[in-house]
Ligand binder design. Structure first.
Ligand code: SF4
Length: 334
């Protein structure tokens, strides 16, 4: 029988090394993903020690707003907002300034520290960018929220305009490894994604960049994504787990197991000890009653749903956090 002491890897020793400033190697990151199901709690405990040092038991809550939905020219195989998808999703143009402000008010009422405005599409068109900039200026005047915006591929000028308007953080996921990316998207390249990530940093905004697991990538691809996050210097890493959407190219993929979700989160915590790691889309679908375990490696989560799918709801999220003894980060702590 495998016990903690005769296990092949001493995960706690690995966490001690990480806490003294060592970077874990690629083969070690892969070993976390390949570890035995019976070692799962040991892996989570070791990742928790790293999380505890940097974030205590704090969890930051984020609320996402689907400000413009559907009709996207891009062909991302996982996305129901792509024009390549036959799925039935809401399709509407960019919401008004008033609607975006109302979303900020709702986010604040839910104890969120960050309000994320997301628009479908390859890149923002001028009229949309102007409206988002006006809305961001008003939100920054009226609410103490941090603002994250996700509008697709940016130019240097667009990144500078968003920074000047008061945008704190820009989301642009790399989604997967460079090797696997062409299997899920052909209308833009991994290099274009990395270039936008670099422009965000150069403009002085924080970069939120992560990915989506369960698209058919290998465990090595997941490690490569985690290592690529070091390269782009992501400040915040949202990790999504595919909840296959009807009508998309990945609609028939099976969901990944709860163990794989948790090992992936732990691996990212070891590779990025002090970065914000967010359990994002697929939390409820892939983890079900185990979802609170995600917060042992992760220190951040969305509440109240995702772009095109509902979550378990704010009240259930707060109850889950309270029962497990996690503390929600207040705006004044952030
Ligand atoms: S660019 Fe964004 S909105 Fe468009 S298909 Fe890809 S993920 Fe969906």
């Amino acid at each position: 029988m495998t016990t903690y002491h005769d296990a092949k890897h001493d995960w706690v020793a690995m966490s001690r090394r990480v806490l003294t400033g060592d970077e874990i190697r690629r083969d070690e990151a892969l070993a976390i993903l390949q570890s035995d199901e019976n070692e799962l709690l040991n892996v989570l405990q070791a990742a928790f020690l790293v999380r505890l040092r940097h974030f205590g038991r704090k969890v930051s809550l984020h609320v996402i707003r689907n400000a413009k939905s559907g009709g996207c020219s891009e062909d991302c195989a996982y996305c129901s907002q792509s024009s390549a998808s036959t799925g039935d999703v809401p399709c509407y143009p960019l919401q008004s300034e008033e609607e975006l402000l109302q979303g900020a008010k709702e986010a604040q009422a839910m104890g969120a520290i960050r309000y994320c405005i997301v628009s479908s599409g390859r890149s923002p068109v001028r009229e949309d960018l102007d409206r988002i900039i006006r809305a961001v200026r008003r939100i920054k005047r009226e609410f103490p929220l941090s603002i994250c915006v996700s509008l697709g591929i940016l130019s240097d000028e667009q990144a500078a305009e968003l920074k000047a308007a008061g945008v704190d953080r820009y989301n642009h996921n790399l989604e997967s490894s460079e090797r696997f990316f062409p299997s899920i998207c052909t209308t833009h390249s991994y290099a274009e994604r990395k270039a936008t990530a670099a422009r965000v940093k150069a403009a002085g905004m924080e970069l939120c960049s992560g990915g989506l697991m369960g698209m058919g990538e290998t465990l090595e691809d997941r490690v490569d994504l985690a290592l690529a996050m070091r390269g782009v210097k992501a400040d915040s890493i949202p990790l999504n787990f595919l909840d296959p959407r009807p009508g998309t190219g990945l609609m028939n993929r099976p969901r990944i197991s709860s163990g794989d979700v948790l090992r992936t989160l732990a691996m990212f915590r070891f590779v990025h000890p002090a970065r914000e790691i967010r359990i994002a889309g697929g939390r409820e679908a892939c983890l079900g009653p185990l979802q609170v375990l995600a917060l042992y490696p992760a220190n951040s989560m969305f509440t109240s749903g995702y772009l095109t799918t509902p979550g378990q709801g704010y009240q259930a999220d707060r109850r889950m956090l309270d029962m497990a003894g996690f503390e929600v980060v207040e705006i004044t702590d952030a």
